[in-house]
Design a protein around this ligand. Structure first.
Ligand code: SF4
Length: 694
């Protein structure tokens, strides 16, 4: 037991786990962090927190942290600890050498959704202004990239429409492909409070999650759809709303493109899109689907919250557009209590997207082909920018395997563990001649790295995170970086080693540059964040106080756009050899691939991932509670313990992916969203059979 003493000072900062963005008071005794106390004035959490933000910060002082830079000539050699100067010089000369040998576009970056806005901005700037190409991508590629595309197409902006307070005025809450209880617990508490006060809940999820039922509330409708049929379910709901005359015609006439609505209405009205016609396909009883659609359309303020169960499909973008269609059909947009809200997974995935991490967009979601936008950055950065979009992560890996992509700077992202088709990721990394991993721990990706740059934790840096409600929150340095530098400084040092002299001395200056180049951030600076606590973008001359609700008087794109959402079956099919469908999710105490939470006391709540199997499927296979089972797909196989539960439907199995030994992505396929390449993590045909263990 370590005596931590009585706190003598405190620093207000922001949780580095999920997209709720809770504010915390870090209480210290001298330089010793004593505890994290949820901050009562935090606008996203109002004094609440979950077990991750409150307790799971011990990874910052974990013995596994790498604190000194390391290099090696090839990945079969041992690491060598070196000075920062030597590591950065080695990295810079390798990257420049690759460009000389293979061309300007042979290298790229991956930005981190765990890092601050300022750090992310600098990494994409490194690619664009120093590497001279648009080869930048981010982990949103594998989570919410369909949100960016789908909401951009329909509403004109790639973000949620509401603030979290809005749920307190909802009458009907529809949760699709998300389990806020586990993934976004503090938002879930606010939602459950509203449900206990009488709001109605609809949950669309293959699994009976903890969100479906809780103390003093129960979903009015749980639609346990077959994995991969989101588009058919959402379109069938629209069919009910249109054919039963439940739409809000005055809203549609005033706010949306009427011609496109008519085209859409004709499509959804077709008999093939009815709940009865799609029941066999989706597994959702037609009567339940009709009742849920009627409730959403007529039950008062209807709000939709959705997660990765929507986006991580071959039709992820189509489902996002289908959800936006439902909100426009019913006029559930542009006021308190309604809206379309992606529950963003990582603490700063919204910010990473806002900051220009994508290969086709400069900060503020503006296409790289736009000469006027490029000119703003060119005059400030003193370089000529590439007008051609760069490579997405899967394209970088493909190009590495085929021989044209040779170097990667990867900040705060373990692509080997978190991206689909592990064998292909490994092959891509192994084919590169310089992989720079910038992270807290020697993660799985670092097995293929030539340079390791030790990163700083959220406790050791200044900056901002942007949460799922577009709220820009300050991150404040609680303690000095154990590795010697904040992450933005390391990127700046790498840029300097490659010949660029940026000259930032504090992240506030980087935010000033973001404000000068990005209209939705034009009114943001550290002084105003200090005064207001936080602000929601857009924050500019038009909205100096920020924007809690989007699309109030009109959509950002002008008229709202209905888009036809034709269901197309995934190419991943179950069959005699792989008769079950695997889907995945998270639990409350752990976070994503577990790099942080596994290195905290939270691991006592979850020391291994298990496979949920329906009693009927278990009995057929002779599987009992706690047995080891082999989980095999067309891509690969792994071994884990089974738990028998009717939370999953017959024919569906489910696991979490918090432990590397689970190797969930050895199992998943290489199918991806048609518009954005977001991997189809949520549908994999598998066989489950008894096993003697790993
Ligand atoms: Fe952190 Fe999310 Fe938990 Fe809040 S809800 S404490 S942001 S993990």
């Amino acid at each position: 037991v370590v005596e931590l003493g009585t706190p003598t000072r405190s620093v207000i900062t922001t949780c580095a786990y999920c997209g709720v963005g809770c504010s915390f008071k870090a209480e210290l005794n001298g330089d010793q962090l004593v505890r994290m106390v949820p901050w009562k004035h935090g606008k996203a959490n109002r004094g609440h927190s979950c077990v991750k933000g409150r307790f799971a910060y011990g990874y910052a002082s974990h013995k596994d942290r790498i604190l000194n830079p390391m290099i090696r000539d090839s990945i079969d050699q041992p690491w060598r600890e070196v000075s920062w100067d030597e590591a950065l010089g080695f990295a810079a000369s390798r990257m420049r050498g690759l460009q000389e040998k293979y061309g300007r576009k042979s290298i790229g970056v991956i930005t981190s959704s765990r890092c601050t806005n300022e750090e992310t901005y600098l990494v994409q700037k490194l690619a664009r202004a120093v590497f001279g190409n648009n080869n930048t991508d981010t982990c949103a590629r594998v989570c919410h990239s369909p949100t960016g595309y789908g909401l951009g197409q329909t509403f004109g902006t790639s973000a949620g429409t509401q603030d979290f307070d809005s749920v307190e005025q909802s009458d009907v809450i529809m949760v699709i492909g998300a389990n806020p209880h586990a993934g976004h617990p503090v938002f879930a508490s606010r939602m459950k409070k509203r449900l206990r006060a009488g709001a109605k809940l609809i949950v669309i999820d293959p699994r009976r999650t903890e969100t479906v039922e809780g103390p003093h509330y129960r979903a009015a409708h749980h639609l346990p759809l077959r994995p991969g049929t989101n588009v058919a379910v959402v379109t069938a709901m629209a069919h009910v709303i249109v054919t039963e005359g439940l739409m809000n015609e005055s809203f549609i006439r005033e706010r949306c493109d009427w011609d496109e609505f008519q085209h859409y209405a004709e499509f959804v009205g077709q008999p093939k899109n009815s709940p009865e016609a799609t029941e066999m396909l989706t597994g959702v009883p037609a009567a339940d689907l009709r009742a849920a659609a009627r409730l959403y359309a007529t039950g008062g303020n209807g709000a939709i919250y959705y997660g990765l169960g929507v986006t991580e499909h071959s039709q992820g973008s189509t489902t996002v557009m289908g959800i936006a269609n439902l909100a426009m059909l019913t006029g559930n947009i542009g006021r308190q209590g309604v809206g379309v809200n992606p529950l963003r997974g990582q603490n700063n995935v919204q910010g990473a997207c806002d900051m220009g991490s994508f290969p086709h967009e400069l900060p503020g979601y503006r296409h790289v082909k736009g000469a006027e936008v490029r000119a703003v950055f060119e005059s400030l950065w003193g370089v000529e920018l590439d007008p051609e979009p760069g490579l997405r992560i899967p394209n970088m890996l493909d190009a590495a395997v085929s021989g044209n992509f040779k170097g990667l700077y990867c900040q705060g992202e373990d692509i080997l563990q978190s991206d689909p088709d592990t064998k292909h990721v490994a092959a891509g990394l192994a084919a590169m001649e310089c992989v720079i991993v910038h992270d807290l721990f020697l993660n799985e990706t670092a097995n293929y790295a030539h340079v390791f740059l030790p990163g700083s934790t959220f406790l050791e840096k200044d900056g901002t995170f942007t949460n799922a409600e577009r709220r820009i929150n300050r991150v404040r340095r609680v303690m000095a970086p154990r590795n010697g530098y904040e992450d933005w400084e390391i990127t700046q040092l790498l840029a300097r080693a490659m010949g660029a002299n940026w000259g930032y001395t504090h992240p506030a200056q980087i935010m000033d540059e973001i404000a000068a180049t990005t209209p939705s951030f034009a009114g943001v600076d550290y002084a105003m964040l200090e005064e207001k606590g936080s602000v929601q973008w857009p924050c500019n001359e038009k909205s100096p106080e920020g924007t809690p609700l989007m699309h109030v008087d009109g959509f950002v794109r002008g008229k709202g756009r209905f888009i036809v959402t034709e269901y197309v079956a995934t190419d991943e099919r179950s069959g005699p050899r792989y008769p079950l469908l695997l889907t995945t999710g998270r639990i409350l105490s752990q976070y994503n691939v577990g790099a942080q939470t596994r290195r905290t006391a939270n691991v006592v709540w979850h020391d291994q991932d298990v496979l949920e199997v329906h009693p009927h499927d278990a009995e057929q296979r002779g599987i009992n509670e706690g047995d080891w089972v082999k989980l095999a797909s067309r891509s690969g196989e792994t071994t884990l313990r089974a738990t028998i539960t009717d939370k999953v439907s017959p024919g569906v199995v489910y696991t979490t992916f918090h432990h590397p030994t689970t190797q969930a992505n050895v199992i998943t396929t290489d199918f991806s969203d048609w518009a954005t390449n977001c991997p189809e993590y949520k549908v994999t045909a598998v066989q489950v059979s008894p096993s003697n263990g790993p």
